[in-house]
Design a protein around this ligand. Sequence first.
Ligand code: ADP
Ligand code: MG
Ligand code: MG
Length: 244
Amino acid sequence: KGTIEFRNVSFAYDPARPILKNVSFEVPAGRTVAIVGPSGAGKSTISRLLFRFYDIQGGEILVDGQNIASVEQESLRREIGMVPQDTVLFNDTIAYNIRYGRTDASEEDVRRAAELAQIGPFIERLPDGYRTMVGERGLKLSGGEKQRVAIARTILKAPPILMLDEATSALDTQTEQEIQAALDLVSRGRTTLVIAHRLSTVISADEIIVLKDGEIAERGTHGELLASNGLYASMWQRQREATE
Ligand code: ADP
Ligand code: MG
Ligand code: MG
């Protein structure tokens, strides 16, 4: 349980402009595969297709060996936990937001998930604790706090597959490191497909796929890709220079 397979997947939002061209990759159970590449390459489209938000025009997507064309979206959402770049919370309590998708969870379960996501101490300082309203007419959480709520929700849901799409890209460096540590904890032993901008977060992935203009330009481990001195190596070099 917990495998993803893209087989020669082709997709276009607009028939005149192909976005993914013959993309094939596999995420074996418990492994981590990273997709990197320039903005607009089609990375987020891959995550949307995995949730069946659109029908593909060629190829197949399999989850646990089953073609998702015949799988209900609801069941894909149970199977795959998603942490996007900007988590949008419901205008409801913090507890409601953490418990979303797992309404059967006890208060103790919610508390434990929040502690693991390191949001617990923050919540306990609030007069209404987990019953605090968030969103438009309630408490405005920071970007990092919203990501922690999303992580707590994912911990509670305990899906076999984790899909991270630029989950730390909108955060400042310090917060990014904290959220990354929480994500590493959640993804341990879990099938993980991670879309990332900062390459330092994907070094330990079992495979890194470099997507460019909807095609796989390069693939391999971090070490292999650096050694081959191509697009990945130049992206790595550029990011290192930017942080020095
Ligand atoms: P990435 O995540 O790699 O930055 P995306 O997968 O989000 O890229 O987008 C790939 C391309 O598809 C982009 O050029 C984007 O503008 C385009 N695109 C995304 N969503 C739509 C849509 N709903 N309709 C038309 N084009 C879209
Ligand atoms: Mg992007
Ligand atoms: Mg994207």
